[in-house]
Design a binder for this molecule. Structure first.
Ligand code: ATP
Length: 503
């Protein structure tokens, strides 16, 4: 697994997808830059999301709110008081960890042990195995599950009540060791606010303390009534937004999975109170289907319903993805009740209610949110697409099987040789195609090597201009995944590519 992940990171760099930020100064921890191909892939993912949310839903509109917001926003949303991670240091290794993550990892191990028991029994009993019955009656499995539940409940109690000494006691009782050094010599647990602070204004005494937004959602809530009124929106309706968010993450070591500056794609769906669970289920299913449409394999997704809910939620689930380092959160779907609108109403003194023409009455809508990290989606798509395959002749081919709709370059146009007028025809083809999609030109090296380079870049098509083209205006078109080549008319290229890149 480690090797696969390392390979993903080095491929992303070598093929111009992702560079460490300010690399000439040895980089900056957990900050990355999207390179010439990465920016296109990221843009295509964003656009694919936007189209499915905004363009395909009559009742969802988009906005683009500012990163800076009035500081009271974050008081109202609860971020000033509660957007904390409990951190703990190991006294020997001097490494810093999230106490909750250490405990959750311990619980995941218990969960894995239970799964092993189930697997063993499955093998033993074969077809007659009744998993539900086994899980409910086997003392070992029950033991693992109960212990896990008790630990998580105790942790939640400690974090919610501020009894951090008990969270530390829990870590000590479970004998959790520093994953790197094995030491069990821990400091106290303390809360650490994840928001980045900054100042607005030049003079020291009038400057205002601001935060960089830690989520895009609040920009939607504070604009709720403006959008509803000017767009004459009728409930249920949604507001979508993509944009940067900032969190001073304590542990950020998993490439673009957890960054300090990242991008979110969020949609807040405003519904009638009492109908939120219906819409929560609807968006769970809709978002799951959306992920499956990318073709990365249904087995790579799972839901993780939350037992411990955030202060604003009455139901929450994560869509987890099988990243190179295991299943982790990709998207969150939260039923946020009327917490945010009510809180902003209270702090601003402005009414944030929906007027229902039919019943002639006002109410505060409930909200169901879908929130996905663009960078995490990028990592999901990129890591699953990167494959090595052994060809018939025994050689190994590296191919980035990106969904065609997301590929940065849709086709590379290659003149077989750099003479006899072939480059001119290739450039004419580019002139014609570039209005519709990103295309690239390459005339260096033998054509076989150029194919391999485009495979590694994820380009779905290579179009080769050869001597026959001079006679009959046809070219070969090579498909990245099958490596099959067809002879087609230049005039058919557009429709062939369009067929492939529309889902
Ligand atoms: P985690 O538990 O992994 O820290 P979270 O539950 O805090 O995530 P949310 O606040 O629900 O995340 O944010 C919604 C989405 O934003 C997440 O599902 C994830 O895809 C993305 N996201 C959150 N934090 C980061 C980060 N530091 N870097 C990249 N993406 C992030």
């Amino acid at each position: 697994q480690d090797d696969i992940f390392k390979n993903v990171i080095s491929h992303a760099k070598e093929y111009g997808y992702i560079f460490p930020s300010s690399e000439i100064y040895d980089g900056l921890s957990a900050v990355y830059d999207y390179a010439q191909n990465g920016v296109e892939l990221k843009r295509n993912i964003r656009e694919y999301w936007w189209k499915s949310m905004v363009q395909m839903h009559e009742n969802i509109v988009g906005i683009d709110a500012s990163i800076f917001m009035h500081p009271t926003t974050w008081k109202a949303s609860g971020h000033v008081d509660a957007f904390n991670d409990p951190l703990i240091d190991n006294k020997d290794s001097k490494k810093r960890y999230r106490a909750d993550v250490l405990i959750e990892d311990y619980c995941e191990k218990l969960h894995q042990k239970a799964l092993k028991e189930i697997e063993k029994a499955q093998k033993r009993f074969g077809d007659s195995f009744d998993e539900a019955e086994f899980v409910n009656t086997n003392p070992r499995v029950i033991g693992y599950h109960t212990k896990k539940k008790e630990i998580l409940e105790r942790m939640a109690r400690g974090l919610d009540s501020g009894d951090l000494a008990d969270v530390k006691a829990l870590i000590e009782e479970l004998e959790i060791a520093d994953p790197e050094s094995g030491s069990k010599n821990w400091t106290e647990v303390r809360q650490f606010n994840l928001m980045f602070g900054t100042k607005l204004g030049a003079s020291a005494d009038t400057a205002m303390d601001l935060y960089l937004r830690p989520e895009t959602a609040q920009g939607i809530f504070v604009n709720f009534l403006n959008v509803q009124k000017t767009g004459r929106m009728k409930i249920p309706f949604g507001i979508a937004q993509t944009g940067k968010a900032f969190r001073n993450e304590i542990v950020a070591r998993q490439f673009i999975f957890r960054m300090r500056e990242f991008e979110q794609m969020e949609m807040q769906y405003f519904v009638k109170p009492g109908e939120e669970m219906k819409w929560y289920e609807y968006w769970k299913e809709t978002r799951h289907k959306w992920h499956l449409s990318l073709g990365l394999g249904a087995e790579n997704y799972r839901f993780h319903d939350h037992e411990k809910l955030a202060h604003y939620a009455n139901a929450a689930t994560d869509i987890e993805f099988n990243f190179p380092f295991g299943f982790k959160e990709l998207e969150g779907i939260h039923s946020r009740t009327d917490f945010d609108l009510k809180a902003h109403e209270q702090h601003s003194g402005k009414k944030l209610q929906y007027f229902d023409n039919e019943t002639n009455s006002s109410f505060t809508p409930y909200v169901v949110e879908t929130s996905v990290g663009l960078d995490r989606l990028f990592l999901a798509v990129f890591s699953k697409s990167l494959q090595e395959e052994v060809l018939e002749d025994g050689s190994v081919r590296t191919v980035l099987r990106l969904p065609s709709v997301l590929a940065p370059t849709k086709a590379a146009i290659l003149p077989l040789v750099r003479k006899d007028g072939l480059p001119d025809i290739a450039k004419d083809i580019i002139e014609d195609l570039k209005w519709e999609f990103n295309v690239a030109y390459d005339d260096k090296d033998a054509v076989g090597r150029r194919y391999r380079r485009q495979d590694a870049l994820g380009t779905p098509f290579c179009i080769t201009v050869d001597h026959q083209t001079l006679e009959d205006k046809t070219v070969t078109i090579r498909h990245r995944d099958s490596m099959k080549q067809d002879r087609v008319a230049i005039s058919d290229l557009k429709s062939i590519i369009n067929d492939e890149i529309s889902i």
